[in-house]
Design a protein. Structure first.
Length: 462
């Protein structure tokens, strides 16, 4: 929906620019511009321009420009962009002929089509370059598990690793038979294929060797329940995917058996909201953050910021920033205080924690210690709303089902923080985070952000 809106807007902008260019040309050639061409055709030109935008969106969808994933090359995307724009332009010309729209200059039509095509190609090219840069940084990548460890499997693995700019990350082979393998990249066998995929945060499972049809169907059904995509190499499974379109991963042909529905537009809005709000808040409260930095430095010995390694989306480790609220050796003292833990399971929290400084207690009460995490949001390690970022020691104690909360970016605030922040139950903590992941929408994020303001002002932190 977002991309369709951008394409429609691009067509309108292209038409306006073309009209202005033509108008300037008329002024230069004719001292007194003709009213018939400029004034009388304005309304009709606008209507035809809107129609061109509709045609463009329609053919962009027909040519798959709204479903092109990271597996398609940039050249293919550019070719489809040119094809969709030219087809929309030809249909517009046909409409003008049928409707006798002779008042609309053919120069304007030609310029509109060419400018729209150019702007679309530039916009898509810039977006692809930015996305590829994030892929090379290890962000928003798609983890891949390959069933089979034969010649085809190794060829596919080598091909994926040669396409790191396209965002694929090989996580291991799954052997067909339960056997010991000398290959260190074999992480298990097909019997526990989906469980392995869940534990390794796999997005796609590739079948590179023939298997019993019932086994493949069973894996597809389990994968569908967990939102994991499944692909096979063509000619290995005759009759399993009739009329399925072959999709190329780089130059490697595959057939999708299951593809998870993914609302890219909604997540693009979420990311834009994260960037805009985090940047605005950082600029707005920069004097407050400077004051807090001074207080932390004067309050106790040690650095201003506390840097901790946290586990983010798909198990990726990142550095999480907070204002330091404890003494310097707080992490080492935690073991001595383990018997005072008031939380259940892997969570750790005690009242009147002796490690907390006086300034730190005030910052924690109003959650001001978490303000530096706005930088994490800005660079894409976190989101404004999402599950709390866990430590590696916590994740090591998770069950397979608990890993569901790592399917999304961790957040500065979330459903658990506004619903049950003082609840010591680990099950409540997990269930609320899982509920957020499974029921996510933009309205839910906005509601959580609104409730967070009340929680912060109320001073319910600890």
């Amino acid at each position: 929906m977002i991309w369709a809106g951008l394409d429609f807007l691009t067509a309108l902008v292209g038409g306006v620019i073309a009209y202005r260019i033509r108008l300037i040309g008329d002024v230069q050639v004719v001292p007194e511009p003709g009213v018939h061409l400029v004034a009388m055709s304005v309304l009709g030109a606008v209507l035809y321009l809107v129609l061109f935008g509709v045609y463009l969106v329609f053919f962009s969808r027909v040519y798959g420009l709204y479903t092109i994933g990271q597996n398609q090359s940039g050249l293919h995307e550019m070719r489809m962009t040119v094809q969709a724009t030219l087809t929309a332009g030809l249909l517009l010309c046909g409409t003008l002929y049928v409707m006798h729209g002779y008042a609309l200059s053919r120069v304007i039509v030609t310029l509109t089509v060419l400018l729209t095509m150019l702007m679309q190609m530039v916009r898509r090219g810039i977006w692809r370059k930015l996305r590829q840069r994030r892929f090379l940084q290890g962000l928003e990548t798609r983890n891949v598990l390959i069933v089979g460890d034969g010649r085809v499997a190794h060829a596919l693995r080598n091909h994926l690793e040669a396409l790191r700019h396209m965002g694929f990350r090989f996580k291991g082979f799954v052997s067909v038979e339960p056997r010991d393998s000398a290959n260190a990249d074999v992480v298990g066998d097909v019997r526990n294929c989906v469980a392995l995929a869940r534990a390794l945060f796999v997005d796609e499972i590739y079948f590179s060797t023939p298997l019993d049809k019932r086994t493949v169907v069973a894996v597809v059904e389990e994968a569908r329940a967990l939102g994991i995509d499944v692909r096979v190499v063509p000619d290995l499974y005759d009759g399993l995917a009739w009329n399925a379109r072959v999709e190329y991963i780089g130059q490697f042909p595959t057939i999708p058996l299951h593809r998870r529905e993914f609302s890219r537009g909604a997540f693009l809005i979420k990311r834009a909201l994260d960037v805009a709000l985090s940047l605005a808040v950082m600029l707005l409260i920069s004097p407050v953050m400077i004051l807090i930095s001074v207080l932390v430095k004067l309050g106790s010995k040690g650095p201003i910021f506390y840097r901790a390694q946290r586990i983010g989306r798909k198990g990726r480790t990142f550095t999480c920033y907070k204002f330091r609220t404890m003494v310097v050796n707080a992490d080492r003292l935690r073991e001595d205080l383990a018997h005072l833990n008031e939380r259940e399971g892997v969570l750790f929290k005690i009242s009147n924690d002796p490690r907390v400084t006086k300034v730190g207690a005030l910052l924690r009460k109003y959650s001001l210690d978490e303000l530096p995490q706005l930088f994490n949001v800005l660079v894409g390690d976190m989101s404004l709303v999402g599950p709390r970022p866990p430590m590696a020691a916590e994740v090591e104690q998770y069950d397979i089902a608990h890993l569901r909360r790592l399917d999304v970016l961790p957040g500065m605030t979330g459903l658990w923080q506004v619903e049950a922040r003082q609840d010591p139950s680990f099950d409540s903590y997990i269930s609320l985070d899982t509920a957020y992941v499974e029921n996510w929408n933009l309205l839910l994020d906005l509601r959580i952000l609104a409730r967070t303001i009340g929680v912060v002002v109320g001073g319910t932190g600890s």
